[in-house]
Design a protein around this ligand. Structure first.
Ligand SMILES: Nc1ccn([C@@H]2O[C@H](COP(=O)(O)OP(=O)(O)OP(=O)(O)O)[C@@H](O)[C@H]2O)c(=O)n1
Ligand SMILES: [Mg+2]
Length: 424
C-alpha cells in the first residue's frame, strides 16, 4: 500500500542514533511548494539555518493525505528568525507564539508557522517551560506519539528517530518513550492518543497494554485540562474510526467523569446508536447524546465542555425526543410524524430531525427527509382580514385550524382550498 502511494522513492538507511532516513517525493509533497514556501526555504538556506516540516504534516504525507496545515521546525532561535525576516523585509504576524518559540512569517499571502527546536524543561501537565536547542533528536523526543515525531527536510529526506514510519505502516499508535512520562507532560495527550488511534489503527482494541495502564493511572489529570481543549479532541475522535469502541474504552478506563461525560453513561445505547448511524456521518453529538439519561446530564456536560449552542441544542433535542418522536406503528413508511414535527416547531431545522433518524437507524426515512424541503403554509393573517376577520385572537385560532387541515392534506392544499374551508 505504501509503495502505491509513491512514498518510498529512495531508501537509504543511515545509522545515526538509530535515525532512519529515506526520501519522500509524493505529489502531495510537491504540491506544498508554493511561491511562499520556496521563498521561505531560500531565506533559511541563505542564512544556513535548517528548516524542516514537522509533526502532523509529515504523518499525513506518509499516510497518503495532503496535510491541511504544515508546521515547520528550525534550528534558528526566535530572535534569529526575527532578525532574518526583518532584514529581508518579510512581514511577521501575531507575535503571541513567540514566547513558546513560534514565529509566523507571511510570504506571498501565505502564513508560515516556524518553531524553534526545543526541550520541555518543566511541565505541569498543561503548560511547558521550554529551552531552545539545535538537536533534532531532542525535539522529537518531547513529542507525544512516534507517528507525530518525524521531520521532513524540504529535499524530501525523512528524519525518523523513533520508528514513527514503521508504526504508521503497522497501524500502531505508540507514545515516544515512556507513555507515563508523555502523558504527565500534557494530560490532553490521553485524548490525542484515542483520536490518532481512530485514524491509524485498523481494528478496535489493538492497544498496547502498557499504554492503557498508563492512561488509567493518570486519567485523573484530565480534570485539570480546559473543557474547550477536551472538546476539540473528543469531537475529532468522534468522527474517526472506532469511535464507539474508544468511547467505551473511556468508560472502562474510568475517564468519563473527568471530561464532562456522565459517570453512569448509557454505553450500551451508545453502541447501538453508533451501529445505526455510523454509515451516515453522524454529528459527534448524535452519538454522545446516547450516553445521557436525562437533560440534566446534557447541561452538566455543557458546563464542562462549553460546546456550541447548536451542539447543546442537538443533544437536548435528542434526549427529549428520541423515544416519542418516531415512525408511526400504523404507517411505518411515512415521514409524516417527522415533517409534522418540523412544521409545528417553526424554529426546528430539518438537520436536527435528520440526526434523530440517524440515531434511530431509520435509513429509508432519513434519505427521504434529506430530499424533502419545508413547504410554505400558504395562508397569512392578511388573507383572513381580507375575508372579514377582525379580531387578532380569532385570526390566530383560525390560522391554527387551517394549519391542521393543511397538515392533514400532506401540505398539498393551496390558499384557495384552505380558505374555502372557512365557508359553511
Ligand atoms: N499535546 C501535544 C500536542 C502536540 N504535540 C506535537 O505537536 C505537533 C503539532 O500539534 P497539532 O497541530 O496539535 O497536532 P497534529 O499532530 O498536527 O494534528 P492535526 O492534524 O490535528 O493538526 C504534533 O504532531 C506533535 O508532534 C505534542 O507532542 N503534544
Ligand atoms: Mg497540526
Amino acid at each position: 500500500m505504501w509503495h502505491r502511494l509513491g512514498v518510498c522513492v529512495v531508501r537509504r538507511a543511515v545509522c545515526l542514533r538509530s535515525l532512519y532516513t529515506m526520501r519522500v517525493n509524493t505529489e502531495d509533497f510537491q504540491s506544498l511548494f508554493t511561491d511562499g514556501l520556496k521563498g521561505l526555504a531560500e531565506i533559511f538556506e541563505k542564512h544556513q539555518y535548517e528548516l524542516r516540516m514537522a509533526g502532523g504534516a509529515v504523518r499525513d504525507l506518509l499516510s497518503g493525505t495532503r496535510p491541511t496545515d504544515v508546521d515547520f521546525a528550525t534550528t534558528a532561535t526566535p530572535a534569529e528568525m526575527k532578525h532574518m525576516f526583518q532584514n529581508a523585509g518579510i512581514r511577521m504576524i501575531n507575535n503571541k507564539g513567540e514566547s513558546h518559540g513560534t514565529i509566523t512569517a507571511r510570504l506571498h499571502d501565505e502564513n508560515f508557522e516556524v518553531t524553534t527546536l526545543r526541550i520541555d524543561v518543566l511541565t505541569d501537565g498543561r503548560h511547558a517551560k521550554v529551552e531552545y536547542t539545535t538537536d533534532w533528536h531532542k525535539d522529537a523526543e518531547r513529542r507525544d506519539l512516534t507517528i507525530n515525531s518525524m521531520f521532513l527536510g524540504l529535499d524530501g529526506t525523512l528524519y525518523d528517530y523513533f520508528k514513527g514510519y514503521e508504526d504508521l505502516q503497522n497501524h500502531k499508535v505508540r507514545f515516544v518513550g515512556s507513555a507515563e512520562k508523555r502523558i504527565q507532560e500534557d494530560y490532553l495527550r490521553i485524548l490525542r492518543y484515542f483520536r490518532f488511534y481512530g485514524r491509524v489503527a485498523l481494528k478496535p482494541d489493538d492497544h498496547e497494554p502498557e499504554t492503557l495502564a498508563a492512561i488509567r493511572k493518570h486519567g485523573q489529570g484530565l480534570a485539570s485540562i480546559s473543557g474547550e481543549r477536551i472538546w476539540v479532541e473528543l469531537r475529532k475522535m468522534m468522527v474517526g474510526n472506532h469511535a464507539a469502541h474508544l468511547l467505551e474504552l473511556i468508560y472502562d478506563l474510568e475517564l468519563a467523569q473527568y471530561i464532562g461525560l456522565p459517570p453512569d453513561g448509557n454505553v450500551e445505547e451508545m453502541k447501538r446508536v453508533w451501529q445505526n448511524a455510523k454509515d451516515h456521518s453522524p454529528k459527534p453529538m448524535t452519538i454522545l447524546a446516547a450516553l445521557f439519561r436525562c437533560t440534566e446530564e446534557v447541561e452538566k456536560m455543557d458546563l464542562r465542555l462549553k460546546v456550541s449552542r447548536e451542539e447543546r441544542n442537538l443533544a437536548l433535542f435528542l434526549v427529549k425526543h428520541r423515544r416519542e418522536l418516531c415512525r408511526s406503528k400504523e404507517d411505518p413508511e411515512s415521514l409524516k410524524p417527522f415533517t409534522d414535527f418540523i412544521i409545528d416547531n417553526r424554529d426546528m431545522d430539518t438537520q436536527r430531525v435528520c440526526e434523530l433518524l440517524k440515531y434511530q437507524g431509520e435509513e429509508k426515512l432519513l434519505s427521504e427527509l434529506l430530499r424533502w424541503s419545508i413547504p410554505r403554509f400558504p395562508v397569512g393573517g392578511h388573507d383572513l382580514r381580507k375575508v372579514g376577520f377582525t379580531s387578532g385572537k380569532e385570526i390566530g385560532a383560525t390560522l391554527q385550524t387551517l394549519r391542521d387541515v393543511w397538515k392533514k392534506s400532506h401540505y398539498q392544499m393551496d390558499k384557495e382550498e384552505l380558505l374555502s374551508h372557512l365557508k359553511p
